[in-house]
Design a protein around this ligand. Structure first.
Ligand code: NI
Length: 136
């Protein structure tokens, strides 16, 4: 089994705010991410797939094709968007990096070719914070 990672970048706006709580409580829990008038992050998305290399190419999968799938099925939906408002798969969820990573996994899985399996979605919200999701 070998693992292959493609890195993609996107920018998006969001707000973390639980309407059942007071503004004070939201600010305590979410800090700057509770800002009423939105804010953005420069996200780095690491998509890791796994499988067995093709004996004819030595490649697990054509990484250019993998990049096109990620861009078409995920980046297109979230880049330069407001995650709370514009993104169908985030509706009804808190727009945390955790939920975004899980949502990206679910968007991507049905579109991957049979020769590779999704192993990990690793999503950096800042240079010092990231989330990993392995599908369970
Ligand atoms: Ni934030």
């Amino acid at each position: 089994m070998v693992y292959l990672t493609r890195i993609e970048h996107f920018n998006a706006a969001h707000k973390l705010y639980n309407p059942n709580w007071s503004r004070e409580q939201n600010e305590v829990v979410f800090g700057k991410c509770a800002n009423e008038n939105w804010h953005g992050h420069n996200y780095e998305l690491y998509v890791t797939v796994k499988g067995t290399p093709n004996p004819d190419t030595g490649f697990l999968y054509d990484v250019k094709k993998l990049s096109i799938i990620i861009k078409d099925k995920v980046i297109e939906k979230i880049d330069h968007r407001n995650l709370n408002i514009d993104v169908d798969f985030m509706q009804g969820k808190m727009c945390s990096t955790e939920n975004l990573a899980m949502g990206i996994w679910n968007e991507l899985v049905p579109h991957l070719p049979s020769e590779i399996k999704l192993h990990c979605i690793k999503l950096y919200e800042t240079a010092s914070i990231y989330v990993e999701y392995y599908g369970e």
